[in-house]
Ligand binder design. Structure first.
Ligand SMILES: [Zn+2]
Length: 311
């Protein structure tokens, strides 16, 4: 949940919680435009923000985030909120390389180590809340090793499926950050690829209207699940839920299967409305499959998807 304060003064005070039930935390957001300016003394590939109006202030119990916004690359830049304190300049500024901005525009995020040793992060808007929650650790743990590990994430093959760690498995902060960013990146990348392959259309009913989700065929938590497009299918919210609830499923050659006696199951409580519509889908071919053969559901995944849902 995101709530912006009304005033335009810095910082923007944001109250943010990680889930609807989660405890809200206060974020102090300082944001400036990141521009190329600075004249001839500046490197040609350097963008920067200049602190005007306010200097970032660290307040106990709140999180401070220092951001630049690059209109040109449509990405945010995040710096360690604490670094300006040691720098006495009358008009301090923070810098980022153009290559970092370009990389974030393509991959959603990019990390770089600055000469001073601290970390600068460029972030596409859809990753901003992930950054908010991890900024403190990210900048504290900043190192060349972390930079390398994070920048490698977009290059990892989607058939690799890093299973969630067991609760008792030790992880240091650095591993946790990589894991968090990876899972967010993976979820985003999978969704983009699957929805693109299906033209944002529900494979079962053809609905679009922004109501379509990218479903994993072999569920994420199931051994052998992957983030390949061929383990995904675009489904409207109803058909996604129906698939995961085993009201419908798919044959290996992508005909719709409908569970037996849905009507009987729900008639008991007089909750069988719509069962005719669902049952009418039995045996029909899905209305939409990706054009590229490699993006279509792999029969072995579809079969495993049925097993995982007790079909
Ligand atoms: Zn649908």
């Amino acid at each position: 949940m995101l709530q912006l304060s009304a005033a335009g003064e810095k910082p923007y005070i944001i109250s943010l919680s990680q889930s609807l039930e989660g405890q809200a935390e206060i974020f102090r957001i300082y944001a400036w435009n990141a521009t190329h300016g600075g004249g001839e003394r500046r490197a040609a590939d350097e963008y920067r923000v200049q602190f005007t109006g306010a200097r970032p202030e660290i307040v106990a119990g709140q999180r401070t985030v220092v951001l630049g916004w690059s209109e040109k690359f449509q990405v945010f830049v995040g710096w360690d909120a604490t670094i300006h304190k040691d720098r006495g300049s009358a008009s301090p500024s923070l810098q980022v390389r153009q290559a970092t901005l370009e990389s974030a525009k393509v991959h959603g995020f990019a990390v770089a180590e600055r000469k001073s040793g601290d970390i600068v992060v460029a972030i596409a808007p859809h990753f901003l809340s992930v950054y908010f929650w991890n900024a403190e650790r990210l900048h504290q743990e900043g190192s060349g090793e972390l930079v390398e590990a994070l920048n490698a994430i977009p290059q990892e093959a989607p058939e690799l499926n890093p299973l969630p760690l067991e609760a008792d498995e030790a992880q240091d902060d650095r591993q946790q950050i990589v894991r968090t960013i990876r899972s967010n990146y993976r979820a985003w990348d999978f969704r983009v690829r699957v929805l693109e392959a299906y033209g944002d259309m529900c494979a079962v009913c053809g609905l679009q209207l922004g109501l379509v989700e990218a479903a994993h065929i072999v569920p994420v938590a199931w051994p052998g699940s992957t983030d390949e497009t061929s383990n995904g299918i675009a489904l409207c919210r109803n058909h996604h839920k129906a698939y995961d609830s085993a009201l419908i499923s798919f044959s290996d050659d992508m005909n719709v299967l409908v569970a037996d006696s849905i009507r009987n199951r729900f008639d008991v409580r007089a909750r069988s409305g719509g069962s005719d519509d669902l049952e009418a889908l039995e045996g029909l071919a899905v209305v939409k499959l990706p054009e590229a053969f490699r993006d279509r559901p792999l029969a072995s995944y579809v079969a495993l998807g049925r097993i995982a849902r007790n079909w």
